[in-house]
Design a protein around this ligand. Structure first.
Ligand code: NG6
Ligand code: CA
Length: 500
């Protein structure tokens, strides 16, 4: 009798705790990491033990996708649950762009905020700030992250190769100086500081010929765009990751008793690759490889912070990339010359900017020790766009206007319980493509087939393209001609989505 009472009491307690306890979410979004860049995904020439450990602790997805082959559109989808082609102006943004997300729009972090979470974004933003291109960087810059769902933010505005090369803590640039105001332009040179074009002898890392990246020099690196002033506020590239890591660990520590959602958006291995000294030369693959080692170290430190605070078991850690890999993206940094046989694409075709799979099929890992079985591999079709609807389900949000979203509720797939995932997915590059089951269709386009600067096969062709990805992982055999029926089916489905 006594035992029965104790048992039912324990059962009740478990139910209550489960009902009340929400998982923390640490969402690690990285920049330009390829499908083949991690040892967990088969890389032989580079070891990423900390990221691999996450995969071993949870699920390694083999069919996980960004919605686009560049940063801004992929991030737009992640945040809003909508395809980037639904809105104009979602291409790669300059560093002075206005915010492209409306503060009235439901966003991924806002969903968590509504569920009582503490929300933070630390790292690379690239979705614009303020209401217009013209803005005063020396005063509050808003609306920004605090208006679209984050309670705390510590970011840089665009990419590490674009001005202004400054951090913003909430609405304010860090370390402004009224006597040295910051000005930014993407139209013409401002101020009289040296540029990469005029003073290449001042550079510590050369720009690749014809890529640009030769405007204002900051920390010995030519950038895209011009800035003047803000000498104290300009970051040193080598400190960027340590700064973000430090902010993330502090946030974890000060919120350990509350549920939290952290977007940790790392800059690696995007250009300019300028890792901290301890990683230089360590990979043997040039600074791109060293940057990946720095990233792996960061992931290890973040997981350590979760463990040290007793949060690891009930924290969902997600790791994925905003688009695929590129070697030469603007600087002479050894990525090409020291590649040493490494294949960032993992046998896929294309790369960043491309309609071929390497553009958008990316490493995709999810662990949640308390609720997700360790050591799984899933071939389910999943996309970053689906986190919005899937987390709405997990958080019990019943007010989601699912019809207005492209995000699909595939929580069971994310938790490893469903091996199919979404039915089909549309992906954007210079053209559009659609993936369904084993098949992929790429819409004909007039764009050039190859970009010699980045050495990328862009996937554009005036002809219809159809590939069977199960039989032809590297998209070498266009089977459109023999499969007119399938082409028609996918083309119609794609067109319906593009026009919806
Ligand atoms: C391109 C830049 C490239 C990179 C990219 C954005 C040139 C020639 N190339 O326009 O270096 O900054 O934009 O990358 O300017 S992304 O990952 O943020 O989309
Ligand atoms: Ca990117």
């Amino acid at each position: 009798m006594k035992r029965a009472i104790v048992c039912s009491f324990l059962l009740l307690m478990t139910t209550l705790t489960w009902g009340q306890e929400k998982p923390n979410v640490l969402f690690i979004y990285v920049d330009d990491l390829g499908y083949g860049d991690l040892s967990a995904y088969g890389a032989q020439k580079i070891k990423t033990p900390n990221i691999d450990a996450l995969a071993q602790a949870g699920i390694r997805f083999t069919n996980g996708h960004a919605t686009a082959a560049t940063c801004t559109p992929s991030r737009y989808s992640l945040m809003t649950g909508r395809y980037p082609f639904r809105k104009t102006g979602t291409g790669v943004l300059p560093g002075d762009a206005a915010l492209i997300i409306s503060p009235d729009q439901l966003t991924l972090p806002a969903l968590f905020q509504q569920a009582g979470y503490q929300t933070a974004m630390i790292g690379k933003w690239h979705l614009g700030l303020g209401t217009a291109v013209e803005k005063n960087w020396n005063a509050e810059v808003k609306p920004g992250l605090l208006e679209v769902g984050y309670g705390y933010s510590y970011i840089f505005p665009a990419t590490a190769d674009r001005v202004p090369t400054v951090f913003l803590d909430g609405h304010k640039v860090v370390a402004t100086d009224p006597s040295d105001p910051i000005e930014v332009s993407y139209q013409q040179k401002i101020g009289n500081e040296p540029t990469g074009l005029e003073n290449p002898e001042l550079l510590k890392m050369k720009a690749s010929p014809n890529h640009g990246h030769n405007n204002t020099i900051v920390n010995g690196i030519g950038r895209i765009g011009w800035m003047s002033g803000g000498k104290k506020a300009r970051w040193t590239d080598e400190e960027v990751t340590y700064t973000f890591l430090d902010k993330a660990i502090s946030f974890i520590e000060s919120n350990k008793d509350k549920p939290f959602f952290i977007s940790y958006h790392a800059t690696e291995p995007h250009v300019p690759r300028m890792p901290a000294t301890q990683f230089r030369g360590k990979s043997g693959l040039g600074y791109r490889g060293d940057a990946i080692l720095q990233l792996d170290h960061t992931v290890g430190e973040l997981v350590k912070a979760l463990k040290n605070n007793g949060l690891y078991e009930n924290t969902m850690v997600i790791f994925t990339s905003d688009n695929g890999p590129v070697l030469d993206d603007g600087y002479v940094d050894g990525a090409v010359t020291e590649l040493n046989g490494h294949d960032p694409k993992g046998g896929l075709r294309g790369g960043k900017y491309s309609a071929f799979e390497a553009g958008t099929r990316v490493p995709f890992i999810l662990s949640w020790p308390k609720n997700v079985k360790a050591g799984q591999q899933s071939d389910a079709l999943v996309s970053q766009i689906d986190f919005l609807a899937s987390f709405a389900k997990l958080l019990g949000n019943k007010n989601l206007d699912a019809a207005s979203l492209d995000s699909k509720e595939i929580l069971a797939a994310f938790l490893g319980k469903d091996k199919k995932g979404r039915d089909y997915l549309v992906k954007s590059s210079g053209t559009h493509s659609i993936l369904q089951g084993e098949m992929k269709y790429i819409k004909p386009s007039k764009g050039r087939a190859y970009n010699p600067l980045t050495d990328t096969e862009l996937g554009n062709s005036p002809e219809e393209q159809l590939y069977n990805l199960k039989k032809d992982w590297g998209e070498q055999h266009n089977i459109a001609k023999e499969n007119a029926k399938k082409v028609n089916e996918l083309k119609t489905l794609l067109q319906k989505e593009l026009e919806a």
